[in-house]
Design a protein around this ligand. Sequence first.
Ligand code: HEM
Ligand code: HEM
Length: 181
Amino acid sequence: MPTNRYSIGAMTLHWLIAIAVIVDWRLADAAEHAPRGQHFAVLQPHFALGMAILVLTVLRLVWRLTHRAPPFSSDLAAWERVLARTVHFVFYVLLVGLPLMAWIGTSMWNQPTDFFGLFTIPNLPFGENRGLGHELQELHGTLGEVMLYLIVLHVLGALKHHFWDKDGNLYRMLPFGTPKP
Ligand code: HEM
Ligand code: HEM
């Protein structure tokens, strides 16, 4: 396998997390539009999938820190490298931070999360504090939306490289095609 492409493990986790994040956003949005009394019940799968994203991201970070990322294509301008690195870094911060702050929030509501009927995720040892828990969830919702804008930027970047620059950058994250060295 050429070294200018991510490893199969990194690709698998990238695409699993990407799909899970998009589904989780749609679930949060569905809850947002649910009738008043059903809001919390409809949010449950959003909580559970969010926790699964946290676990996948920890795996991804362990992989990332123990495997070298492929070097950027020599065609990439300095500003593109800085922008890509910054957005990737903020993604990792949000992928860990969003579920963690929401978990602290639901713990402060004394509301354990049901993991798709399989088991219950326990509360973190924070005392009950409904007000602060609510503020954390509000901040979570806002940062979640920030993440959506960054995803749009990330995908536009990927498409610009693919269709405009035609530099094969997208193939760095796919098991086929030819990324440029
Ligand atoms: C929807 C949520 C997504 C998230 C959270 C996400 C996150 C990330 C992160 C963190 C990296 C950096 C990998 C690393 O160096 O460790 C990355 C790389 C990459 N992503 Fe995504 N991604 C998402 C969706 C997508 C989509 C939809 C596409 C394609 C249209 C895409 C294409 C790529 C490509 C090509 C790279 C490699 C960039 C490079 O190093 O040249 N991603 N992504
Ligand atoms: C990486 C994982 C996660 C992402 C990307 C994410 C994203 C989002 C987004 C975008 C919203 C706002 C929806 C909207 O306003 O239309 C939201 C709301 C919410 N999320 Fe998450 N979420 C994640 C994990 C979690 C987890 C693990 C929990 C609970 C344990 C949770 C609890 C909530 C709650 C309670 C709201 C409603 C907040 C409000 O009232 O504004 N989220 N989430």
